[in-house]
Design a protein around this ligand. Structure first.
Ligand code: ADP
Length: 642
């Protein structure tokens, strides 16, 4: 029988398993049991609609057997089995999509690959130097044997097997200096591994265990009889079979939840939070949800599939039910089990299902409340969460025309320039002086730059705080929220709008200041018209600024679209032509302004043309915008230096 090669990435993973520095080798058993349980799920599900299967729920089991002498451990199931093609496909390659992409980025980190993908079947090679799989698929009368001793490859040949299902036979490695593999050929150890990792598995995990009992006392035994013992074997079910999500939270330890999460969702790190939720109002369900400690490797890519595992009365009907999770909570992992759902419900019908909608809504509220409580009671953890998933929640605020913003707004955090830390909107408004008219924010790509913007400095000088927004979605999120509530001097609620520090009217200047600037703008109308003409439609107006202290110029926006939003929209398909209405503001106190006035008085149109271009480019630079024509700008500055 010819040796077949593993696919490249499988080979790599297997190699890592064999030479694993991963200390947690014992997880191989939970991986094999979990595969066995999935295989049984598949056949059981089939049996519900196909009477030919001829099996009842009680007939299914996972059986462990140990041949200590030969160091053989067998994990058997009477699940769906595999055809020859499936054997080839499933065990010759890694099933997890995206593994190749991942490999390119992380070459040496084998701990992480375990975390990212779970290792599944290949985990056997951490403890075994030879793995044999004998399997017969449901509906087939052929059985097949797959065997491998490692990276060299594997062989597949016909085999004998009377019943449908799969036997995985591990030949446990010999002990080495560093590792005692005998543990994995010990009945006692195996029993405790099942208890630790697989207790909730819904099918019995059985094993013949050696026991000892007292022999009956012989009739003719005298008074000096000493009891005799004999050993016998008895089939024992090792797991309690109660799904962990059906247990009361108080019955389950944090470690058990964490282990369950890691096994089920192939994560290497403990979850950031465990959420247990059951029947609320009209929907009957048990849910066990997890907030991961970090995003899945593909979370922010379009390959990511959200969803919760959906069970109907304990039977898995869908691995990832997307309809149970709103997009803004798509990072949540977990399980929902409901007795209200029919087993045979199709995907299409599920979408319409009223019960499912009720569950979804209840879960959405529950998740929100749990996150909020994390924010209030464990800020450090929440901030770590926010780093990972805040972006998704901000998208949620903005998506669907702001439909979910009421739910999500108190989860938001932004960076406060004044406090130099993350704050909620409530915290911002509570700290706000009563006369403050707006909630100020600056938007752009770097908080260092935003903090130094003339407009930011101006607002901070007034004693008001500025939220520094560095993600694309931030300003869209604030725009859709439009306002937040604060207390006025009489402690009554008032509505305060968000204000980009770069927008026209910041509400900082007194009426007098405003009037003076308007008058100065009017009296320099000719100059400003000439400058606007020189800029050839790039700005909607040129005016005297009330916000500039040291800088000669700045750009502000007039209208609903800010300069930052223009930047973001332009990077999106269809957004190429988007422009914000820009206003070039000049500092009347700055010597440069006097120079412009002099040029106007002298009728020097060439100078006005040249200087306007330079000033505009400078304003663009301060805003972090690309200069329209960098070469021309550099040229113009050099001209001045000559
Ligand atoms: P995963 O379980 O994460 O998909 P594995 O490498 O553990 O990855 O297994 C690959 C595939 O092999 C499984 O998806 C399943 O289709 C098949 N498989 C593994 N073990 C069994 C089994 N005991 N019975 C039937 N199919 C199995």
């Amino acid at each position: 029988m010819a040796m077949k090669q593993f696919k490249a990435e499988s080979k790599k993973l297997m190699d890592m398993m064999i030479h694993s520095i991963y200390t947690n080798k014992e997880i191989f058993l939970r991986e094999l049991i979990s595969n066995a349980s999935d295989a049984i799920d598949k056949l059981y599900f089939r049996s519900l609609t196909d009477s030919n299967v001829g099996m009842n729920k009680e007939d299914f089991a996972i059986h462990l057997s140990l041949d200590k002498e030969n160091r053989l451990l067998t994990v058997s199931d009477n699940g769906i089995g595999m055809t020859k093609e499936e054997l080839e496909k499933n065990l010759g390659t890694i099933a997890h999509s995206g593994s190749l992409d991942f490999k390119k980025e992380n070459k040496d980190d084998d701990i992480d690959i375990i975390g990212q993908f779970g290792v599944g079947f290949y985990a056997s090679f951490m403890v075994a130097d030879r793995v044999t799989v004998i399997t017969r698929a449901y509906g087939s009368d052929e059985a097949w044997k797959w065997e491998s001793t490692g990276v060299q490859g594997y062989q597949i040949e016909p085999a004998e097997k009377d019943t449908v299902g799969t036997d995985i036979i591990l030949h446990i490695k010999d002990n080495t200096e560093d590792e005692n593999y005998d543990n994995f050929a010990s009945e006692y150890e195996l029993v405790s591994l099942v208890k630790k990792y697989s207790d909730y598995v819904r099918y019995p995990i059985t094993m013949y265990r050696e026991k000892s009992r007292m022999k009956d006392k012989p009739e003719d035994a005298g008074d000096d009889y000493t009891p005799e013992y004999e050993t016998y074997t008895e089939l024992e079910t090792l797991n309690s079979m109660v799904p962990i999500w059906k247990k009361q939270k108080s019955e389950v330890s944090a470690e058990e939840y964490n282990d369950f999460y890691k096994t089920k969702f192939h994560d290497f790190t403990d979850p950031a939070r465990v959420i247990v939720s059951r029947t609320e109002g009209t929907a009957n369900y048990n849910a066990l949800l997890f907030v991961p400690d970090r995003p899945a490797y593909d979370y922010y890519s379009k390959d990511f599939e959200k969803g919760l595992a959906l069970y109907a009365s304990g039977v898995l009907i869908m691995e990832k039910c997307a309809d149970l999770l709103p997009d803004h909570f798509s990072f949540i992992k977990g399980i929902v089990d409901s007795q209200d759902l029919s087993l045979n419900i199709s995907r299409e019908m599920l979408q319409q299902d009223n019960q499912l909608k009720l569950i979804r809504n209840a879960l959405e509220k529950k998740i929100k409340n749990e996150l909020r409580s994390m924010q209030l009671n464990d800020r450090e953890k929440y901030e770590a969460f926010w780093k990972n998933f805040g972006r998704q929640i901000k998208f949620g605020c903005y998506a669907d025309y702001g439909m979910h913003s009421a739910l999500l707004k108190d989860l938001l955090l932004f960076y406060s320039a004044k406090e130099q830390k993350m704050v909620t909107l409530d915290e911002y408004t509570e700290a706000m002086p009563v006369e403050q008219k707006f909630i100020y924010f600056a938007a752009g790509d770097s908080s260092e730059r935003l903090a130094k913007l003339p407009s930011t400095e101006l607002v901070l000088d007034k004693g008001y705080d500025v939220l520094l927004c560095t993600e694309d979605v931030d300003e869209f999120c604030l725009q859709i929220l439009h306002s937040a509530t604060a207390k006025d001097a009489e402690d009554k609620e008032r509505t305060v709008e968000f204000k980009n520090v770069n927008s026209g009217d910041l509400g900082l200047e007194s009426e007098d200041e405003k009037k003076a600037a308007e008058e100065a703008t009017a009296s320099n109308k000719d100059l400003f018209d000439a400058m606007q003409a020189a800029l050839n439609g790039k700005v909607k107006a040129v005016k005297i600024s009330t916000r500039l202290k040291g800088h000669p110029v700045c750009l502000s926006s007039d209208g609903p679209l800010s300069i930052e939003m223009e930047k973001v929209l332009r990077t999106q398909p269809g957004g190429e032509g988007v422009t914000s209405d820009k206003v070039l503001e000049l500092n009347a106190q700055h010597p440069v302004f006097a120079v412009m006035q002099a040029a106007q008085a002298a009728g020097d149109t060439e100078k006005i043309q040249q200087y306007s271009t330079i000033l505009y480019a400078q304003a663009q630079l301060i805003e972090g915008l690309p200069v329209d024509d960098p070469a021309a700008y550099a040229q113009a500055v050099c001209e001045l230096m000559k």
